[in-house]
Each structure stands twice: as C-alpha cells, then as structure tokens.
Write a protein that binds this ligand. Structure first.
Ligand SMILES: Nc1nc2c(ncn2[C@@H]2O[C@H](COP(=O)(O)OP(=O)(O)OP(=O)(O)O)[C@@H](O)[C@H]2O)c(=O)[nH]1
Ligand SMILES: [Mg+2]
Length: 721
C-alpha cells in the first residue's frame, strides 16, 4: 500500500502525487475507481479506504482464480462470440454451425445469451431451454428452465427481461473432423452474446461472463473497425486471454480489402499483441453470409455431410479454431490461467517490492530520528539534574544568608537595648506604667529586629525566585515553565509568636536598682569620673549588682504579678535591703582611709546614705531598663529565640522557593515526557515498519518463487487431452 510520510516522519495515510508517479501501474490489481479519475481519487483517499478497496479487489481476484480453476477442471470448452452490435455475431455462429439456428437481423437483435451445445448433451433432443432471470440452470431439473422449439428462438432472443440464458441444443450431422460442437473429443459450447453497447446491462454481463469462458472470438464489423466498447472489452479480456480470436466480418462489403486489413492489423497490434503475433491463426477476414451460402433459409435441420460451398477464408478460420480448442486444448484451457496468474504475480511482486523498499526506508528514517532524539533526551535529563542541584544550592545559600542576617539582627538588637531607658519616665507614681512600657518596648524592638530579618528574607527570596526562573529558562529555552507572578507580601503572614508570651514578665523589686559607681558618678554629675580617676585604690571592692545581692528567691518581692500597689512597694522593708550596700560601703571605708576618714566617717556616711538613696531613686528608670533588658536578653537567649526565629524565617524561604523550583522541575519533566512520548511513538513506527518490511520481504520471495514456477510451465509442450 502506498503511503505518504510527513517531514517529521509520522506516517500519513495519504498517497501523494509523487508516490503515484513513482508507482508502476498494476495489471490486474487495479482498484475499482471511476476511469479517468483514479489518480485524483486515490490521492484523496486515506490509507484505510485504500486498504478496504484493495481487500475488496483481492476478494474478487480470489473468486476469479477459483473460477479459473473450475474452468480448467471443466471438460467442456466455452467459446464466447462477442463484438459490437450488429457485427454479424449470430450470423457467424450460424456459419460455424452451417445452419441458420440463431436469428439474424439488421436491427439490434440478440439480447439474451444463446449457449449452443450439441443435442447429444440433451439426450439427442433439439430444443431450447430458456432459463429465467435469476435462476441457476440445471438440465436435470426442469424447474430451472422452460422448454421451447428452435423455431421459437426468433422471439426468445429479444426477451431479455424474462430470460438470462437460452440453452440451445442442436444436432450437427457433419463429420466429427469438421464439426465444432460434435467433434468426438470434447463438449463445446458456442455462446452467442448480445452486442456490446456502452450503456446496456447486457454489456456489463458480457464483461462479467469472461470469467467462465475459455476462448473469446471477437467479431468486428469490417466496415466500422474497433469501437470504444470493443477496445475496452479486448483490454479487459487481455488480462488473462493473451490470445483472442478476431473475426473481421462483413469483409465482402469492403472494396479496398488491403487497406482494411492494414488498418485492422495496426489496431490489433495495439490491442492484443499476442494475437497480432500469430495473426494467421487468430485474425480472420471473412464473410459469414458467404459462409452460409448454400445453407437453406430457416431452421430446416442440419445439412447432411459436408456439402457447403467452399469458402477458403472461413474454412481456415474454422480449422484454426478447431485446432486451438481441440488440439491445443491444454493451451486454450491453461493459457488464460497461466497468463492471469503471471500478471497477478507480477502485480504482487511490484506491490511487495515497492512496500519492502518503502518500509525499509521508513525504518531507516525513523531509526535516524530516534538517534537524533536520544542525545536530546540525555541532555535534558542531565541538565535537569544539574539545574536542580544549582537551584538547591541557591535555595540553601539564600536560606543560610537569611538565617544569618535575621539572627544577627536579633542579637544586635539585644546588644543595643538596656543601656538607657527605652520609654519616657514620668516619675515614681507612674512606675508601674513605666515598667510595663519598658518591657513592651524592649520586646517590640526585638520583634522589630525579627521583622527586619523577614523583610530582608522577602527581598532575598524575590531575587532568588527570579534567578530560579532565569536558570530554568536558560536550561529549557522555549520549554521554560510559564512565568508566574511572585508576591512576597504573602510571605510571613502567619501571626508571629509574640515573644512576650514566652517571657517571664514578672517584675521584682530588685529590677529597679542597679547601682554602680559609673552610674552613680553620672547621676551626681561627675560624668566620666571613676574611683581610679580620683586616684583611689579600692582594688577588691566593686559595687555589687542588684542581682548579686543574694536575695533568696522566696524573698524576692513580686510587684505586679500579684498586683501590689506602688504604696505597698514602698512600705515594704525589704526595699531597704539595698541599704546593706551602705553598710558595706562603710565597712569598706575602714580599709581604705586614714584618720580623716575615720573622724569624719559618721557625717560622711550619713550624707552618703542620703545621696546614695537619692541616687538609687534617681537611677530607677535606668536600672530598670538595664535589668529588664538583661533579664529579657537572658531569657531570649535561653529560649534560643534568635536561632528559632532565624530558622523559622529561613524555613519559610526554603518552602517558598520550593514552588518555583517545582515549576522548573515540572517544565523539565514535561519536556522529558514529550521526548519520551515522541521516542515511544517513533519506536512503535520502527517496530511496525519492521513487521511490514519482514512481511513484504517474505511476500516478495514467495511471489518470485511462484512466478518462476508458473513461467516454467510450457503449455505448448503439454499434450492435448
Ligand atoms: N454483407 C454481409 N452482411 C452480414 C455479414 N454477416 C452478417 N451480416 C448482416 O448483418 C446484419 C446483422 O447480423 P447479425 O448476425 O444479426 O448481427 P449480430 O452481431 O448478431 O447483431 P446483434 O445480435 O443485434 O448484436 C444481418 O442483416 C446480417 O445479414 C457478412 O459477412 N456480410
Ligand atoms: Mg445476434
């Protein structure tokens, strides 16, 4: 079957003009398409349609081969007399019978097939069996025909609506060596067919009955030469019958006989070369009416013996016919079968060779396609792994960077807070608010540092998303993932854990005091003054921090946890616990100074006490800020807040970056899938082409072998039966 391939190698079910040009024409395998349109039509049909037409044709061929075999097995020989209307077919049959059995007329006359056989086939009785249309004739079954006399033929030959076949049984009393029907060797049936006429139903019948006949005698009117119908019939018959008898009748009417012979022979040469080659045996210029001269008018029964007028041309024709049908029976019987088989095998050879070549080419081309696809596939796979690795690294780098930055920011904030009040201080009576606000502000600052980390993370993530997109586009080219809009405002939308909830916001009394010399000097206006600056040597004494005052836990006074009022704060004696500081100061002075100090100790101590208490009260906001921030910092560190938050931010970055990564990987997967599908599709075509190639290769071998066998039969050498 012919197919057209598209440039991408996918087989299309259409036949191109080029294929048709290349394809040699078939002899018997031609498809049943309207004449003249075959080429155009074939080009528009798809593979399936052509296949079904071909299958139909194959079925017809098988049927024909079976009928050929039947014909060989059949001991009778059927001589089929056909030709144009009014060419003198019936007259010619009568001339062969030497008896005016079949009606002759100048008008179109015979419209029913008349099959003339020897009366011995009908128990010696001369009669006509008229077989009604649609009935299968069986001589032994009288229901299959109506019986008439020979004289009724005049009427019967025109009744084509009623009868399809007229079986005419006649007696031929001529000697066996002269008679065609009564030859003593084989049964012969002489079939007088209706005249060919382009449009008539009978003509179609004539064409179809070719299958069951052994020899065609084509009667052509010498005055008209070959008509279009005649040419078509001979061309169709030539498929199997390379030898056709051509009877150029009514030759008596031709004046310039030589010119007529020349013209006819030229035409025969084109129509049936084999016939032309053996023209002396197969082409006869005769006059049937002259051959009938001496034969009485009407159907008076057969003449006794051979008493007809000598007619050399007709006699030669009869002799050739008898020789071909009787003596060279093997040739006349087997030649159509051999001829037909050879033509069919030649067609099959062409078909097999063409397809074998085409499938081999298909296979080759598709293998090349596969070879082209394989490296593409491998490179996409490789680049997908590479890009995935690069994207993973980029994501990891971004996450680490974001982690580092966020943690750094939180730690910096923790370092920064605490040295100075973070909210305004409005005096002791607002101490509660101050304490509360301070705590809030410190936590807000920490939270703010987390927010700074988050917005840095957003910026970095946005950049990385773009970079991932670019990396995908670079690696995939046109196949990149569809561009999506990245919205960093949707990051970190979950409510942040407020740090305050995790912190112990209990405020104890000591949170408000954090005396130190530096702060003290600062407080009394001696900024930058220290003991060392004064030249005092107090090597072992430092001001203890409030936290180090060793207040037992149980003794710590919780101020706002249990909602004690400010008054309560101040009324508690524990507050004065800080006074121990003064005691220490006094005792320390004992080691420090000389007589002056000792004598002045009491007033100085008293004054110092007052100043120091003043300092302590004055330093409350700073001390609280310092203590709370220290406490919070410690808790924040203990809670691993910087790490946890930085880790949370980094994790979200990673999670967000997973999306574009997945998009790029999906695009890779799509590209890989596409290539895989293409690969599978082409592999299937290769496999199919291989199966087809193997089939046609085998067919070609078989056909070539069979053809040799058929050719080897020398029909001429086979003895007649
Ligand atoms: N001159 C001359 N006339 C002939 C010859 N053969 C037949 N005719 C005449 O041609 C006419 C037609 O003859 P038929 O035998 O009926 O022709 P046909 O081919 O059977 O005609 P259809 O059956 O109608 O197709 C008749 O009048 C015949 O007498 C011939 O050899 N010479
Ligand atoms: Mg006739």
């Amino acid at each position: 079957m012919l197919r057209k391939k598209s440039p991408n190698g996918v087989v299309k079910g259409k036949v191109s003009e080029d294929d048709l040009e290349e394809a040699p024409s078939f002899k018997v395998l031609t498809l049943n398409l309207k004449m003249g349109h075959a080429r155009d039509m074939l080009a528009t049909l798809d593979k399936q349609a052509i296949a079904s037409l071909l299958e139909e044709r194959m079925n017809q061929l098988v049927k024909h081969l079976l009928s050929l075999r039947e014909r060989i097995d059949d001991t009778t020989s059927k001589v089929f007399v056909t030709g144009d209307l009014n060419a003198g077919k019936s007259t010619f049959c009568n001339a062969l019978l030497k008896r005016r059995v079949l009606p002759e007329d100048q008008q179109p006359c015979t419209s029913v097939f008349c099959e003339v056989a020897d009366a011995s086939d009908n128990s010696g009785i001369e009669e006509v069996h008229a077989v009604p249309v649609g009935v299968q004739y069986a001589r032994g079954d009288e229901t299959t025909y109506q019986v008439f006399q020979l004289a009724d033929l005049e009427e019967l030959v025109g009744e084509c609506d009623k009868f399809s076949i007229l079986k005419v049984y006649v007696k031929d009393r001529r000697a066996a060596d002269q008679s065609l029907l009564h030859n003593g060797t084989i049964d012969i049936q002489l079939i007088d067919a209706p005249g060919l006429n382009m449009d008539s139903y009978q003509t179609t019948e004539v064409f179809s009955r070719q299958e069951e006949i052994d020899l065609v005698v084509f009667v052509v009117n010498a005055e008209n030469h070959f008509t279009l119908s005649a040419r078509e019939f001979i061309a169709a018959a030539a498929n199997e019958k390379n030898l056709i008898f051509i009877v150029v009748n009514r030759f008596d009417n031709i004046k310039n006989k030589e010119r007529c012979v020349r013209r006819i022979m030229d035409q025969v040469h084109d129509l049936s070369p084999a016939t032309h080659k053996d023209a002396s045996d197969f082409v006869h210029f005769v006059s049937s009416t002259q051959a009938l001269e001496g034969v009485p008018e009407g159907d008076d029964g057969p003449p006794e013996g051979d008493d007809h007028e000598p007619n050399p041309d007709f006699d030669r024709l009869e002799e050739s016919l008898r020789k071909f049908v009787l003596e060279k029976r093997s040739l006349s019987k087997l030649s159509p079968a051999k001829n037909y088989l050879l033509k069919l095998l030649e067609d099959l050879e062409v078909l097999a060779r063409l397809n074998e070549k085409m499938y081999a080419q298909d296979k080759e081309e598709m293998i090349q396609e596969l070879n082209k696809i394989a490296p593409i596939y491998a490179s996409v796979l490789k680049s997908s792994v590479k890009v995935h690795e690069r994207i993973n690294k980029l994501t990891e780098d971004t996450a680490s960077d974001v982690y580092r930055f966020t943690k750094q920011k939180i730690l910096e904030t923790l370092d920064d807070i605490g040295e100075a009040p973070v909210v305004p201080y409005y005096g002791l009576q607002y101490l509660y608010d101050y304490a509360n606000e301070t705590q809030k502000e410190i936590t807000r600052k920490i939270m703010e540092s987390v927010a700074v980390g988050e917005s840095y993370a957003k910026k970095q993530t946005t950049q990385t998303v773009e970079r991932i997109g670019e990396m995908g586009a670079e690696a995939l080219g046109g196949e990149s993932a569809p561009k999506k809009v990245f919205r960093d405002d949707l990051m970190f939308t979950r409510k942040r854990d407020t740090i305050r909830r995790s912190l112990d916001d209990t405020i104890i009394i000591t949170d408000f005091f954090d005396p130190s010399f530096d702060h003290f000097f600062n407080a009394i206006g001696l900024t930058g003054l220290s003991l060392s600056a004064l030249g005092l040597q107090i090597p072992t004494i430092t001001l203890p921090s409030v936290n180090s005052l060793s207040i037992p836990k149980k003794d710590q006074i919780v101020l706002w946890k249990n909602s004690l009022s400010i008054a309560a704060v101040y009324s508690t004696g524990k507050l004065l616990h800080a006074g121990s500081m003064v005691n220490k100061f006094v005792s320390a002075s004992l080691f420090v100074s000389g007589r002056f100090i000792r004598s002045a100790a009491i007033p100085v101590v008293l004054l110092s006490g007052v100043v120091f208490v003043g300092y302590l009260v004055y330093d409350v906001p700073n001390a609280f800020a310092r203590n709370v921030s220290k406490k919070i910092r410690q808790q924040v560190i203990d809670l691993e807040y910087p790490h946890n938050n930085a880790d949370r931010v980094a994790k979200e970055c990673r999670a967000v970056l997973n999306h574009p990564t997945r998009d790029v990987l999906n695009a890779f997967q799509t590209s890989i899938d596409k290539t895989t599908i293409q690969k599978e599709k082409i592999s299937k075509i290769v496999k199919d082409a291989d199966i087809s190639y193997t089939y046609f290769h085998g067919l070609l071998e078989k056909v070539t072998r069979e053809k040799k066998t058929v050719e080897s039969f020398d029909l001429e050498a086979i003895q007649s039966v």
